[in-house]
Every structure is written in structure tokens, then in C-alpha cells.
Design a protein around this ligand. Structure first.
Ligand SMILES: [Zn+2]
Ligand SMILES: [Zn+2]
Length: 436
């Protein structure tokens, strides 16, 4: 700074601040001068200073006498002197602003979580494609993406979206498939519209009429897989409650050949079952028993009208000969109370775990819906529970029933099922004593 040109460099007028000076702001430091302090007044402009302020800078601090004004009086440009800088105070700081600014500036550029992107893309692809598979894939990817999602990566919302879309894809496609697959079932429903006329039983022989009246139609709700349907045979009716034997696979959609490992006592018997007796409306049934060893047998009970039904006849000690005529009563494709006939082809044995039991092979046509229904000898005595057929694409006339002897071997005594129920009027040549 060219101080030589400043006339304010002249010695100021020094005096002790009196009442007149007290409260006036120092031209240099801008603080109020207090009474009794030493002051320096500029001889040029009269500006009053603390004496110390003047001494420190050796010149007047007022606007008129400032170096800038004096040296460049003609320029309009604003000149900031070193003094100004020295006395400058920073602007008040807004902490949050600073923090934000810091965060933004320090945040590294975010990378996308690729798994999340894939989950989302696959989920989207699955809507027009096969959504059960892609939906599952999307959900798995999304789950992995979510579990392993690093906080510094983008894509959390994408992964969640992929998970949700995948989930609804599976639901949607399953429902769609169900309705598509259900189309053949429409045939069954159409069949079942061929209504059954109960008066058709009127002129039947007693043994056939009894077999008809001991057959029931069983339906269960298998959730997404629709309604399961099968047959059952009324064994006994006591106190308005009928005990009905059927196949386990009729009432248990999860039953398969490996179910031998399932402990029968652990089976959830609370699944709703409807039972329809001949010419009656369906009523609610109750699962009572599941056969052990994974044998495909079960007992249910239902309050059936004793006036219209019959309990089946059987004789554990008598078994028809191979080659003799047998017949089945059941509800193939929901065609209720259908009679079909054939021969007894062979007695066979099947082993599940440590348990061996008897199977009856028959040429009697059996179809879906016959399951759980009765196979009868010529006298209308129950000899087996129709359970399965050979694959009709590769086999013909191969039907199989679980022998009632197996049922009576397994059934707990608490159900009080006798070894024999009913009598044959005349001894039939085709019935022989067995060692069972
Ligand atoms: Zn001055
Ligand atoms: Zn001062």
C-alpha cells in the first residue's frame, strides 16, 4: 500500500473519551468506544478511533480516508483491502447445508446390484413367458440380491419389485394353468350332468342294489389343483354316523407311493371332505383314520340318511376264485353309481416297508373316480377297494384293488368292524374257504 499518499497518516488528535465520544463506534474496529478510553481522532476526517486501533494501523480507518478511496478515488471498482480481509468475518454457516454438501461430494458413484436387475428383468420376462419358472427364478435371484445387497449399491427397490412380480407371476400362471388343465375336467362335469335316476335301482337284485346303495361319492378341495373326487364304501352305520372306507389318495392330495414313511397318527384329519350318498345332497364328512405303512386306505365318517343307504356285505373268510366274475361300483369321472364288470385275474402281494399285503388284480374297467370304491364278488360281497389301474396307454384290463382282508388286518379294533357282515343265501360254487 502506498501509505505515503495518504494524508490520514498525519498524527491524530489523542484524547481521553468523554461523554461526547462514549458510545461512538471506532472507525477501525467498529466497537463502541467507552468513556475513559484513549481515543485518536483523524485530523483529516474527524473519524474517532481507539487509540490502540490507530497505533496498530498508523492510519485512519474511516471510509473517506481509506487507502482505496484516496488512491483510486476516480474508480468505481470495489477494492478490498488487506485490512478488510483481516476483519472480514465468514458468513454464518448452515450446518445441514454443509453436511449435505459434504455427503454428496464424498458419496462415491453408486453401482447397480446386478442380481437385482436380473431379478427384475426375469420377473418382467415371465409375465408373457412361462411365469411359474421365471417367477421362481426371479424370486430366488431377488432373495439372493436382497440378502447380499451391499448398502452402497443401487437396486434394492428393483430386487423387491422382482420378488413381488415373481410371486404374483407364479400365482397368476398357476391359476391360469389350473383353468387350462381343468378343461378336460369339464368333460367329467359334463358327464356328471347325465343325472342319475335313483328309481333305476328299483328292479335290481338285492345284492347289486346293496352294493349300489353302499357306494358314496367323495370330494375334497385340493386348493390350486381343484377338487379331488373319488368313491367310498359304507361299512357300518351306527347312531346316524356312517363309517366309509376309501383310498387315502382320494382324500390326501399329497399322498404318493413314498408315503409309507408318514406316520399315520401325524396326518392332519381336519381337511374338509364332502360325502354324497345315493340320491342325496353332499354332506360334510370327517377323516377318521389313515392306514399305517403308507397303505392307500382311509376311513371317513359322515351323517348319512339310513333310509337310502346300505352297509356293504363282506366275509373275510371267503374269497372268490381266480377267473370268477367280479364287479365294481364307483363314480368314474364323477359318473355316480356306475357298475362295471370283469373277472378276478389274480391275487398278488405288495410289500411296503416290513408290511406285505394282498392286492386283487381284475379286468374290471376302472377309471379316475373309481378310486376308493368297492370291488364285489358275484354275490355282491365286498372283496377289495379299487385303487389303481395300469397306464391305459400301455395296458388294458389291468385294474388293482386292495383286498378287504388288508383293511381288516390294519383297522383298529375301536372301529368295531366285524370280520363278516351279511350272509349269502345259497353257497356259491365260486366262493371257497381261504386261510385268511
Ligand atoms: Zn480519518
Ligand atoms: Zn478502535
Amino acid at each position: 500500500m502506498d501509505q505515503s499518499r495518504s494524508s490520514s497518516k498525519e498524527s491524530p488528535y489523542i484524547r481521553v473519551a468523554g461523554e461526547r465520544e462514549a458510545g461512538v463506534k471506532c472507525a477501525r474496529c467498529n466497537k463502541e468506544i467507552e468513556q475513559g478510553e484513549l481515543t485518536a481522532s483523524c485530523m483529516q476526517c474527524g473519524g474517532i478511533h481507539h487509540q490502540t486501533c490507530w497505533t496498530e494501523y498508523q492510519q485512519c480507518g474511516s471510509y473517506q480516508c481509506s487507502q482505496g478511496t484516496m488512491s483510486k478515488a476516480s474508480t468505481s471498482a470495489l477494492v478490498i483491502s488487506r485490512d478488510d480481509l483481516n476483519h472480514a468475518e465468514p458468513l454464518p454457516v448452515i450446518p445441514s447445508y454443509t453436511d449435505n454438501a459434504l455427503t454428496i461430494s464424498e458419496k462415491p458413484k453408486q453401482i447397480w446390484n446386478k442380481l437385482a436387475i436380473w431379478a427384475f428383468v426375469i420377473a418382467l420376462l415371465g409375465i408373457p413367458l412361462f411365469g411359474i419358472i421365471t417367477g421362481l427364478f426371479a424370486m430366488i435371484l431377488a432373495c439372493i440380491a436382497l440378502v447380499s445387497h451391499p448398502t452402497h449399491k443401487k437396486g434394492f427397490a428393483l430386487a423387491v419389485a422382482g420378488l413381488m412380480i415373481g410371486f404374483f407371476e407364479i400365482i397368476g400362471w398357476s391359476a391360469g394353468l389350473y383353468f387350462y388343465m381343468d378343461t378336460p375336467r369339464t368333460n367329467s362335469i359334463a358327464f356328471s350332468e347325465y343325472a342319475f335316476d335313483p328309481t333305476s335301482l328299483d328292479n335290481l337284485p338285492a345284492d347289486l342294489k346293496r352294493a349300489m346303495k353302499s357306494n358314496v361319492l367323495i370330494e375334497v378341495n385340493n386348493g390350486l389343483f381343484g377338487r379331488g373326487m373319488g368313491s367310498g364304501v359304507i361299512l357300518t352305520s351306527v347312531n346316524g354316523k356312517s363309517l366309509i372306507v376309501t383310498n387315502r389318495h382320494v382324500i390326501d392330495s399329497e399322498y404318493n407311493d413314498d408315503s409309507r414313511d408318514v406316520v399315520a397318527d401325524d396326518f392332519d384329519k381336519s381337511d374338509p371332505v364332502t360325502v354324497q350318498a345315493i340320491g342325496q345332497i353332499p354332506v360334510q364328512g370327517q377323516i377318521e383314520w389313515i392306514a399305517p405303512h403308507g397303505i392307500d386306505l382311509a376311513l371317513i365318517s359322515a351323517p348319512l340318511d339310513k333310509e337310502v343307504i346300505s352297509d356293504a356285505f363282506w366275509n373275510k373268510k371267503k374269497a372268490p376264485l381266480i377267473g370268477s366274475k367280479v364287479f365294481a361300483i364307483g363314480n368314474p369321472h364323477a359318473l355316480g353309481w356306475t357298475h362295471s364288470t370283469g373277472n378276478l385275474s389274480q391275487y398278488r402281494k405288495q410289500t411296503k416297508g416290513a408290511f406285505t399285503y394282498q392286492i386283487i388284480q381284475t379286468t374290471t374297467p376302472l377309471n379316475p373316480g373309481n378310486s376308493g370304491g368297492g370291488l364285489y364278488d358275484e354275490n355282491g360281497f365286498l372283496i377289495g377297494i379299487n385303487t389303481m389301474t395300469g397306464d391305459k396307454r400301455v395296458a388294458e384290463g389291468l385294474g388293482f384293488a386292495i383286498s378287504i382282508n388288508t383293511l381288516f388286518d390294519l383297522i383298529p379294533g375301536t372301529f368295531q368292524i366285524p370280520a363278516q357282515q351279511g350272509k349269502i343265501e345259497s353257497d356259491d360254487a365260486n366262493v371257497s374257504e381261504t386261510n385268511n
